[in-house]
Design a protein around this ligand. Structure first.
Ligand SMILES: Cc1cc2nc3c(=O)[nH]c(=O)nc-3n(C[C@H](O)[C@H](O)[C@H](O)COP(=O)(O)OP(=O)(O)OC[C@H]3O[C@@H](n4cnc5c(N)ncnc54)[C@H](O)[C@@H]3O)c2cc1C
Length: 290
């Protein structure tokens, strides 16, 4: 690995100053589970690595009715999985975080790192889409919120300007009856990236669907949503046209994990499983949770 300077600032202002000073030479280190692999493989060779884990507001996980859930950038997957408020009100996020890598990895990896890495197979991104999450961004000019689907531009491409750092994720409060689920299909059960993934979320009868690993970025399943929104009864049979609609909206590629044809088949099955699991949560309501 190329030699680099390691810095661990304790305020966001300091981070912004370092990023402005070093530009492309500087890289943010969060859990490091993506960054260090890319550095080891010499895919990137930063001169300065900026560790953000000593900044107190990035370790916060808090909920208010007005602002919803805030997950600071340095909050780990395991902290999200163990959070009572996440389990009670945003269960789909805990489920998705639990799909990431192994227990040890989840002790380091963060949701913000997953989002900033912007891989099409990032497990927490599709659930963040269906929850209408915003990315909270800090710079010396102030704080701005960007909807997640506008923040992720493509594979490893995000809408971050020079001198900006992601503070965390802001997820609106969910009012009314709701239920969601994330279904990941991979080559093996643990420590593998998604071959395909589907997030399904229903709030007061209105559905949101998002597909992972079928395009350069996460895709919303608008056609499937429309059919689901107009259905009186949802069961395996009724879902057949919804599964067909899903296929008409995606055009996956063949790669090391699967052929295009296999992905098309698996997106159907994954959609069915995600919708039925979300429906189960929806029907259980708050009492069924935890
Ligand atoms: C063995 C292994 C298994 C894995 N399995 C999975 C899996 O099953 N599912 C999955 O989705 N992923 C998986 N991953 C990928 C990785 O663990 C996740 O993407 C993780 O969430 C990244 O988070 P991190 O905190 O470690 O990010 P880091 O590696 O620290 O950062 C990732 C990128 O985001 C940037 N960044 C981080 N924080 C910020 C910030 N606050 N502001 C601006 N930029 C920032 C970094 O500069 C870097 O470019 C796996 C990785 C490994 C090594």
């Amino acid at each position: 690995m190329k030699k680099f300077q390691y810095v661990k600032p304790s305020t966001l202002d300091e981070v912004a100053d370092i990023l402005l000073k070093y530009g492309e030479e500087a890289r943010i280190l969060n859990g490091g589970t993506d960054l260090l692999v890319r550095m080891r493989d010499k895919m990137i060779t930063p001169g300065v690595v900026v560790d953000i884990k000593a900044i107190p507001e990035l370790k916060e996980l808090k909920y208010t009715k007005e602002e919803g859930l805030y997950i600071g950038a340095a909050v780990t997957m395991n902290e999200v999985i163990c959070s009572k408020i996440v389990l009670e009100r945003y269960r789909i996020l805990a489920e998705a975080a639990h799909e990431v890598g192994s227990y040890q990895l989840r002790n380091r990896a963060t949701l913000t790192g997953n989002v900033c890495n912007a891989s099409p197979s990032g497990d927490t991104i599709a659930p963040l889409y269906v929850l209408s999450a915003n990315v909270k961004i800090f710079s010396k000019d102030g704080i701005r919120l960007v909807p997640i689907d506008e923040f992720i531009l493509g594979v490893r491409k995000i809408a971050l300007n020079p001198g900006e750092i992601v503070m965390g994720l802001q997820i609106p409060d969910i009012k009314g009856k709701n239920g969601g689920a994330y279904y990941k299909h991979a080559r093996r059960k643990d420590v593998d990236l998604a071959t395909v993934g589907v997030a399904a979320f229903c709030n007061e009868g209105k559905w949101k669907i998002a597909y992972a690993a079928v395009a350069p970025k996460i895709l919303r399943g608008y056609k499937a949503e429309e059919l689901l929104n107009n259905m009186e009864k949802i069961d395996e049979e009724a879902l057949i046209p919804v599964m067909d609609a899903a296929v008409s909206e995606i055009s996956p590629i063949s790669d090391v994990r699967a052929s295009k044809e296999y992905r098309v088949d698996m997106i159907k099955i994954s959609l069915k499983r995600a919708v039925l699991a979300a429906l189960e949560q929806y029907e259980l309501g708050q009492e069924g949770i935890i």
